[in-house]
Ligand binder design. Structure first.
Ligand code: NCD
Ligand code: ZN
Ligand code: ZN
Length: 353
C-alpha cells in the first residue's frame, strides 16, 4: 500500500472560533498540523494584547495543552525534546494602529489580518476604503517591525469579479509598501496567481476546496451549502491556474485551509453562512490530489516548506504518515458538517509522530 510522509504540516489560514465550537474543532487541526495561523474574526474581533493572549490560552487548552507556554518549554527542555505539539500563530484584526500599539503587541502576534468592511463573516469592523495615506503610518510601521499583512482580497462588486477587482488594491499596497510582506489569502482566480510573479512582496495561500471545485460543484446542480465559502469557487481556468502553482511547488504559495466551521443549522438554512469545514480531511485530500497528478513530491513544499521560508519560521516537529487507504468521512463533527461528509476519500492518516 502506498504511503507518504509529511514533515511539520502547517495550515496558514484557519478559523477555530471560540467556546464550544473551539472545543469541538481545535484537536482536528492540532493532531496533524505543527502550527496554524489563527484568524481573528471572532465577535468582537481579536484586537488587543489581552484578547490575543487570552484567546491563545483558550486554544492551547482546547488542544489539550493546558500548561503555560514557558513552563511547557522548560519541561520539554529538561526532557531534551524540541517543544510542544501545536503552535497557534496568532493574528489581530487590522485597524489603523499606531506605532506604540504595534510595538507593544509585536511579540504576541504572527501577523495582522485585514478585512474589507462587511465582505465576509464577522468583518463589519474592517477597512471601509483603501486610502493609502490613511493606512501609511500603520503599514510602514508593520514593515519596519516585520509584521506581515494578511488580506481577504474582495471588493463589493459582482460576486464572480470581486477578487479580480481587488487586484488593483493589492498592486497599490505592494507598490507603496515594498518592504511589507503581503499575503493574498485564499486566492481563487488566475488573476491572483498572475500577481504573484509581478511583485516580490506578494504571497498567497490556497485552500483545498479551491484546488478541487468550481462554481459548478457549488451551484451547478442542487445547491451545496457545505461548499459555499468566500471567495466563492470560480471558473475551470481559475482552478487550473491554482492547481498549476500548487502542484509545481511555486515558492510563493502556501497551503491555508480556511477551514471555517459553522453549525449545521447556519449552513442548511435560508441565508447560508459562508465557510467550508475541511480541517479533518485536508491532508488526506491533498495527498490524493497530488498523487493523482504524480506530484506527491511537491506536497511537502506546499504544506510546510514554502511557509517556513516565506515567514522564516521553524515549526514544532511532527511527522504525519498518510496511506492510500479509503477513509469514510464522518457525517458530522459535533454540530459541523465537513466537506465530503459521508463520502469515501482515497487516503487516510496512518500515523502521527
Ligand atoms: C470565513 C469564516 O467563516 O470565518 N468564511 C469563508 O467563507 N471563508 C471568513 C473568511 O475567511 O473570509
Ligand atoms: Zn477570508
Ligand atoms: Zn478565512
Amino acid at each position: 500500500m502506498k504511503t507518504h510522509s509529511l514533515l511539520m504540516p502547517l495550515d496558514m489560514h484557519l478559523h477555530l472560533r471560540d467556546g464550544e465550537m473551539l472545543q469541538n474543532v481545535a484537536k482536528l487541526t492540532s493532531y496533524t498540523f505543527s502550527g496554524a495561523v489563527i484568524m481573528p474574526n471572532l465577535v468582537p474581533p481579536v484586537k488587543t494584547k489581552e484578547q490575543v493572549l487570552a484567546y491563545k490560552e483558550r486554544i492551547m487548552s482546547a488542544c489539550g495543552m493546558e500548561i503555560q507556554e514557558d513552563e511547557f518549554d522548560e519541561i520539554f527542555e529538561e526532557e531534551g525534546l524540541s517543544g510542544g505539539d501545536f503552535e497557534p500563530l496568532m493574528t489581530i484584526f487590522y485597524d489603523n494602529y499606531d506605532e506604540d500599539y504595534l510595538d507593544d503587541i509585536r511579540d504576541e502576534i504572527f501577523g495582522i489580518k485585514l478585512y474589507p468592511a462587511g465582505i465576509t463573516t464577522n468583518s463589519e469592523g474592517g477597512v471601509a476604503s483603501f486610502d493609502v495615506e490613511t493606512m501609511r503610518p500603520t503599514l510602514e510601521a508593520m514593515a519596519r517591525m516585520d509584521i506581515p499583512l494578511l488580506v481577504h482580497g474582495e471588493t463589493d462588486g459582482f460576486v464572480m469579479d470581486r477578487e479580480a477587482e481587488f487586484m488593483s488594491v493589492y498592486e497599490l499596497l505592494a507598490m507603496n509598501f515594498p518592504d511589507l510582506k503581503i499575503v493574498m489569502e485564499h486566492i481563487t482566480t488566475k488573476a491572483a496567481v498572475d500577481m504573484l510573479d509581478k511583485y516580490p512582496n506578494l504571497y498567497a495561500t490556497i485552500t483545498v476546496q479551491h484546488l478541487l471545485i468550481t462554481l459548478d460543484e457549488v451551484a451547478g446542480g442542487m445547491l451545496q451549502p457545505h461548499l459555499f465559502c468566500k471567495p466563492i469557487a470560480k471558473r475551470p481556468e481559475d482552478r487550473e491556474a491554482l492547481l498549476n502553482v500548487a502542484l509545481n511547488a511555486h515558492p510563493k504559495v502556501m497551503f491555508g485551509s480556511d477551514s471555517a466551521p459553522h453549525p449545521q443549522h447556519a449552513k442548511e438554512s435560508c441565508g447560508c453562512a459562508a465557510g467550508v469545514f475541511t480541517a479533518p480531511i485536508a491532508l488526506q485530500v491533498l495527498c490524493e490530489l497530488f498523487d493523482k497528478h504524480g506530484r506527491l513530491d511537491n506536497l511537502q513544499s506546499f504544506v510546510s516548506d514554502n511557509a517556513q521560508s516565506i515567514y522564516g519560521i521553524c515549526p514544532e516537529f511532527k511527522e504525519v504518515t498518510l496511506v492510500e487507504q479509503p477513509f469514510k468521512v464522518p457525517a458530522k463533527y459535533g454540530e459541523v458538517v465537513p466537506m465530503y461528509a459521508g463520502e469515501t476519500i482515497g487516503w487516510s492518516i496512518e500515523d502521527v509522530l
